[in-house]
Design a protein around this ligand. Structure first.
Ligand SMILES: Cc1cc2nc3c(=O)[nH]c(=O)nc-3n(C[C@H](O)[C@H](O)[C@H](O)COP(=O)(O)OP(=O)(O)OC[C@H]3O[C@@H](n4cnc5c(N)ncnc54)[C@H](O)[C@@H]3O)c2cc1C
Length: 482
């Protein structure tokens, strides 16, 4: 029996836990899911009905071999739902919970061993035959295989924010906490114009109808928008993808993309970008470190806006706010945030280079996914890095790992039974944070673990824990999922 521990209670942890539960009695699975333990994570915990999925209903799901399930679930709650719709994210959270309940119930019926811990893991250390995991209450668990599904890390304040501003209570690092604020701001400034910033603006507009809203980012670019109905695929996508894979560097790739878009004006650029999805990880893998840096410096902002598009309804609401004059979007660099509240935000406009100061009662940092492991105060990750069990990715996009998710230690050795899934792997895979990629990765990892492809003596490297599988005691305790 292989004992597997999953750490992280978001959608990635849920997808892996659910997939492993299906593999029967040869696996003993523990899900260390943190408070809540419901699989919603950051993205699907929002109760705001205006926060929509940015993937059409037909493209969402928890398991890749059950494509229709989310649509069926949604149609029972929202009659007339179509696969092309962009549905509220909380509905997908409800779906995850219901899927977990089903898998847990059937695992219980089969008498399978599993455990769910509604608390955080704070430390992992090598232990005979695997790892020892310390939980927040000081108890320890043991597992042969550990998978980290920690999601994005808590945001760090931008370097330009003064300590006074941080202490004032008028600088908010958690965009999802706006509903808990009692004081109504007259002017709210959001730093960032990506998907999280858009959600923040939607919530603020609803919570505080009189507030003036300002969003600032270097390029001032809001996410591009999905068209109401799906597009035909680009007929020459296969050839284009083969040519892209044969390229060495970002510039020739860009050239190929420009030519394809120019030569096929009847095919929207969206089809071409979406059609690249199956090869994005391979394209990333083919880039040298220098080229990856180049891409991040010069093209990331454009790629993110084009690839992670917003739902048409969301864009309409934002446009309405712009048309009513309630929202202003500036392309400017934030130079400093100072004051005790209201805060002074010094900016330099991108086009004119003119510096000015914007005042706001509340400044919200919504600069998107933070995966800079080396700078994170995340207790578990900090310990892993300090103990040399993990090493930060050189681009500060997560942790260094093999393409299959196995972590590298501080000496560059592969950790045979310590994996990551989801956003911690961004440096290695780039595209690994959305549900379609996450559920495929969870499924593949579950298959591989169930097939017994855990470390064997010949796979083990210098840093591997001592060989020999410890006898592990297992329990079947009630799952805290509702
Ligand atoms: C606002 C937002 C909207 C999105 N919308 C979409 C969408 O519409 N479609 C789509 O496909 N993708 C979307 N995404 C991408 C999204 O990242 C994935 O769909 C998915 O939710 C990621 O799940 P995760 O489990 O990797 O991370 P998270 O959701 O971040 O979950 C990680 C969880 O692990 C817990 N955790 C961390 N450390 C520990 C520890 N030591 N012990 C125990 N638990 C721990 C955290 O508390 C958290 O609950 C969105 C992302 C965001 C942020």
């Amino acid at each position: 029996m292989t004992k597997i521990a999953i750490i992280g209670g978001g959608a990635a942890g849920a997808a892996l836990f659910g997939s492993l539960l299906r593999h029967g009695r040869m696996l003993d699975v523990e899900w260390i899911a943190g408070a809540g333990a419901n699989g919603r994570g950051v993205a699907y915990a929002t109760p705001d009905p205006r926060h929509l999925l940015n993937v059409r209903a037909a493209g969402m799901g928890l398991y890749p071999d059950a494509d229709e399930d989310f649509l069926t679930f949604a149609a029972k709650r929202l009659p007339n739902t179509a696969g092309t719709d962009f549905l509220p994210r909380h509905l997908f959270g409800d779906f995850i919970e219901s899927q977990l309940q089903e898998r847990v119930a059937s695992a219980r019926r089969r008498g399978q061993n599993f455990l769910v811990h509604a608390q955080e893991a704070t430390r992992i250390a090598p232990h005979v035959g695997g790892y020892r995991i310390v939980l927040a209450d000081g108890t320890a668990r043991e597992a042969e295989v550990v998978v980290l599904a920690l999601g994005s890390l808590a945001a760090r304040p931008l370097r330009t924010v003064s300590s006074d501003a941080l202490a004032s209570g008028a600088y908010e690092l958690d965009p999802w906490s706006l509903p808990q604020r009692v004081q109504v701001p007259r002017r709210l400034l959001v730093i960032g114009t990506g998907l999280t910033a858009v959600d923040t603006l939607l919530s603020a507009a609803r919570l505080w109808p009189q507030a003036e809203l300002v969003a600032v980012s270097r390029h001032g670019l809001l996410p591009f928008v999905h068209l109401p109905s799906p597009l035909e695929p680009y007929a020459l996508q296969q050839d284009l993808n083969a040519a892209l894979l044969a390229c060495t560097g970002a510039a020739p790739m860009l050239g190929l993309l420009r030519n394809a878009m120019r030569a096929s004006p009847q095919v929207a650029w969206r089809s071409i970008i979406d059609g690249m999805r199956p090869i994005n990880a391979r394209l990333w893998d083919g880039l040298t470190l220098a080229r990856r840096k180049q891409f991040l410096r010069h093209l990331r902002w454009l790629w993110e806006a084009a690839r992670h598009r917003t739902a048409p309804q969301t864009a309409q609401t934002i446009q309405q706010l712009l048309d009513e004059g309630r929202l202003q979007v500036h392309a400017a660099r934030v130079l400093a945030v100072a004051g005790h509240g209201p805060l002074d935000v010094a900016v330099r406009a991108r086009a004119s280079q003119i510096q000015s100061t914007l005042q706001a009662d509340l400044v919200v940092q919504a600069t998107g996914l933070d995966t800079a492991a080396a700078y994170s105060a995340h207790p578990l990750l900090s310990h892993l890095l300090r103990d040399g069990l993990a090493v930060a990715d050189p681009l500060q996009l997560g942790v260094a790992a093999q393409p299959d998710g196995r972590l590298l230690d501080a000496h560059g050795n592969v950790q045979p039974n310590l994996y990551a899934i989801g956003s911690l792997l961004r440096g290695n895979l780039w595209e690994c944070t959305a549900m379609p990629e996450i559920r495929a990765a969870a499924h593949a990892l579950a298959q591989s673990l169930a097939a017994g492809r855990t470390a064997s003596a010949d796979q083990a490297t210098a840093c591997a824990p001592a060989a020999g599988v410890a006898a592990v005691q297992t329990h079947s305790l009630p799952c805290p999922c509702p």
